[in-house]
Design a protein. Structure first.
Length: 395
């Protein structure tokens, strides 16, 4: 049991813990996302494990990669990034000066020889593979490139580990919640052993990446890094600094910035929304576990609890309230590609075996996003602002 605020709490009771972490009633100068009541970190991130450890992150200039790289820097890890450049402008990578605290190489995961050279030079102890083409709509326009990056990029990374990764003790391959064969047949929370599939090239490419990871783990178990290879499935992450195209939250940020009307596709669709730091904590916990226990080399879901799965309409209405009426929206009645109406993950395995739990609820995640972008609009130091959100999440 944990004693917090003069009460005893079961660490599994995340709903109660979320109620403790709230906005201060009287205000404390902390902005919209205030953390006056501290709760224990939901994942035991081992500072001694990460301090000085060489960690290679592919896709470190992307939204998730930049947040992860900042977190690794705050932990004292020796982070190495591989990416050809930031995928958007503006980007969290540029605004938070992510490259300042790490070494990096402009390497594209599609370039197999360059990947092998970079891995040999970096000699990482942990590899976290985030590089991806992450957009469903873009995959429909350019499916070949999507498969090259998401499928062959994963093959190239694992080949680099296989032929020259003597230093690697663990590999985390990040895929997507969309890797499952989603038939859209009513409420269903996917578990890790269910069939993989995908009705679009993006989803299919992520299912393929899962199959590749499994094949390398099973075929090349004599290579330590591949014997301790885990995959992570999470999706619909939100947070400050995301300017991706055709995404609800970045589209909302742009609408507020430009004073335009937000067009919303499928307001009734339900997704496993969560703050980006929640699954990133899972990736760190998984990497730690892989280094300590080869039995954790498998696929893992990192998603919010059932009560946190919300429809698009709920998200937009909450954002409109947080932005004090500056966000106006309407349903997009135009032609749009078909999408699954519902997608949810069952993360019971990660909760039980990795001691991972989402540290931030959805309402708080939206507050954090709005707070980050308000700080950006006010001209604040966004590296400091981003590290502050990581510190609050971790404390």
């Amino acid at each position: 049991m944990l004693v917090v605020a003069d009460r005893q709490w079961d660490p599994q009771d995340l709903a109660a813990l979320w109620q403790l972490r709230r906005r201060a009633a009287g205000g404390c100068g902390g902005g919209r996302w205030c953390d006056c009541v501290k709760i224990p970190a939901p994942v035991a991130i081992d500072l001694d494990f990460w301090r000085g450890r060489r960690v290679l992150v592919t896709g470190h200039t992307g939204f998730k990669g930049a947040w992860l790289s900042l977190w690794l820097q705050s932990l004292g890890a020796r982070a190495i990034g591989l990416a050809p450049g930031p995928p958007t402008s503006p980007s969290l990578y540029e605004l938070a000066d992510v490259g300042k605290g790490m070494s990096e190489q402009a390497v594209d995961v599609r370039d197999a020889p360059a990947m092998r050279r970079a891995l040999r030079e970096a000699r990482p102890e942990v590899v976290i593979h985030l590089a991806a083409q992450p957009m469903v709509r873009r995959s429909l326009i350019d499916p070949a490139s999507t498969y090259e990056i998401n499928l062959m990029g994963t093959v190239n990374l694992l080949e680099a580990v296989r032929v020259g990764g003597e230093s690697v003790g663990a590999v985390v391959v990040v895929t997507s919640d969309k890797c499952y064969e989603n038939l859209g047949d009513g409420p269903h929370r996917f578990v890790e052993d269910e069939p993989l599939g995908g009705a679009d090239p993006y989803s299919s490419s992520k299912a393929c990446a899962e199959l590749v990871a499994s094949a390398y783990r099973r075929s090349f178990g004599s290579v330590k890094g591949l014997a301790r290879l885990g995959s992570a499935r999470a999706g619909n992450v939100i947070g400050g600094g995301d300017w991706g195209e055709d995404r609800l939250l970045p589209d909302a940020v742009r609408a507020v910035r430009d004073g335009t009307l937000l067009k919303v596709r499928n307001p009734g669709s339900v997704r496993p929304w969560q703050h980006v730091l929640n699954p990133l904590a899972g990736y760190l916990a998984l990497a730690q576990a892989l280094c300590e226990d080869a039995g954790t080399a498998r696929a893992w879901n990192f998603g919010p609890p059932a009560e946190e799965a919300r429809p698009v309409r709920w998200i937009v209405e909450r954002l409109a309230a947080l932005w004090d009426g500056r966000l106006e929206w309407e349903t997009d009645e135009g032609e749009n590609p078909p999408e699954a109406q519902r997608l949810e993950l069952d993360s019971a395995a990660a909760e039980a075996r990795l001691n991972w739990h989402p540290g931030v609820g959805l309402g708080e995640a939206l507050e954090m996003l709005v707070s980050w972008h308000e700080a950006h609009s006010a001209g604040r130091d966004m590296r400091a602002a981003s590290l502050q959100q990581i510190e609050r999440f971790s404390s």
